[in-house]
Design a protein around this ligand. Structure first.
Ligand SMILES: [Mn+2]
Length: 367
């Protein structure tokens, strides 16, 4: 059976000021429909966080889901199951947002919100966020036919989209009764494989549908096609990544200029940044000034709405332009923290402040 697996649409995340996020999300759904048309999967599984707000289901988000996905998909003749697994952002105060009667009204839509679902005669175990505890998932995976798990939670070994890891009580080896684990929650596309007693377990985060913030910078978004008949032979060969590509989807592109780069390289990067500023959201980070004079180029970038971030005396990045947006210094610092430590540690006079910033990043994330 061929499954299309996607996750983390966050359809009500309209707070982003860099672009028309609603149009961006709608385009992501249109691209997804064209992939479905090409691939003709036997089922579509959304592994959580279809919506974003935990309390309210914004009408706009529901309209997006229905008008740009469920309605046109159904009218195009797609009759296979669309399975929606609840993520943390789909849980409202009065229950799961996916239980909305309009969504329930589509008879090929199935919602997994308050039970553990079985799929393909027990080969697939589908677990919503509220039930994603280690004990129950391990028990369900120990059933004779269980082969793959699809759910929404953070694995201890995986990376958040700020590049850091967060402690999670669920470790990959504790779920090694499954051959494949397909997940939503972390927005960075990534996969991890372990081998225990000669058997592989591959865990994959499909990643979000479209870039939602600077946390998604320089990433290619995708959905997965999983051939469940190939999992037993080798889970790493059982899936394919299909890129979400469209000239109408804006990416967050970041370029770094510092004093280690050659003059040619510096001008080359600045040129690429300027070229991409027409289509994407671009910023240039300058932790240390290169040997050549780039003031003219930086001015040109600024006038093309590129954010230019420079390092200030007290060790924080400062932006003088819209293109960079807010909270940039924390996000930038977070994503590259390990590299930064090695490369630029000496530039931070206040080590306590650095530690404080890092704390803030760790407690900020809620994917
Ligand atoms: Mn989530």
């Amino acid at each position: 059976m061929r499954l299309l697996v996607t996750a983390d649409w966050h359809l009500s995340s309209f707070k982003n000021t860099y672009m028309n996020m609603k149009e961006q999300l709608a385009e992501g759904l249109r691209v997804l429909r064209s992939i479905i048309k090409d691939q003709e999967p036997d089922a579509i599984i959304v592994a959580g966080d279809i919506f974003h707000d935990k309390v309210l289901l914004y009408k706009t988000a529901l309209d997006l889901f229905v008008d740009e996905f469920l309605d046109p998909l159904t009218s195009s003749g797609y009759k296979q199951p669309v399975i929606l697994i609840a993520g943390n952002h789909d849980m409202g105060r009065s229950g799961c947002l996916l239980n909305d009667h309009i969504i329930r009204g589509f008879n090929n839509v199935f919602v997994i919100a308050d039970h553990i679902g079985n799929y393909e005669n027990g080969r697939g175990v589908l677990v919503p966020f509220p039930l994603a505890n280690l004990e129950d998932m391990a028990e369900a995976g120990s059933e004779e036919d269980a082969l793959y798990l699809i759910s929404h939670f953070g694995l201890n070994e995986a990376r958040l989209n700020n590049g850091l890891s967060r402690l999670s009580p669920i470790r990959l080896h504790q779920l090694s009764m499954y051959r494949m684990i397909l997940l939503g929650h972390y927005h960075t596309p990534q996969s991890l494989t372990i081998t225990r007693q000669g058997q592989k377990t591959t865990a994959i985060y499909t990643g979000s549908l479209v870039p939602l913030s600077w946390n998604d910078k320089n990433e290619k978004k995708r959905v997965l096609i999983v051939d469940t008949d190939k999992i037993a032979a080798d889970p790493e060969l059982a899936y394919e990544s299909i890129p979400i590509q469209s000239p109408y989807i804006k990416e967050f592109k970041e370029y770094i200029i510092d004093n280690t780069l050659s003059e040619d390289k510096v001008y080359d990067i600045l040129e690429r940044a300027l070229k991409n500023a027409k289509q994407h959201i671009v910023r240039v980070v300058v932790p240390s000034l290169p040997k050549c004079d780039i003031s003219k180029q930086l001015d040109q970038l600024r006038s093309n709405n590129v954010g230019v971030l420079t390092l200030t005396q007290d060790g924080l990045f400062e932006s003088d332009n819209e293109g960079g947006g807010d909270e940039i210094e924390n996000k930038w610092l977070g994503k590259n923290f390990n590299e930064l430590c090695e490369q630029y540690m000496s530039l931070y006079p206040d080590q306590d402040k650095l530690a404080e910033t890092l704390e803030a990043i760790l407690s900020f994330e809620d994917e």
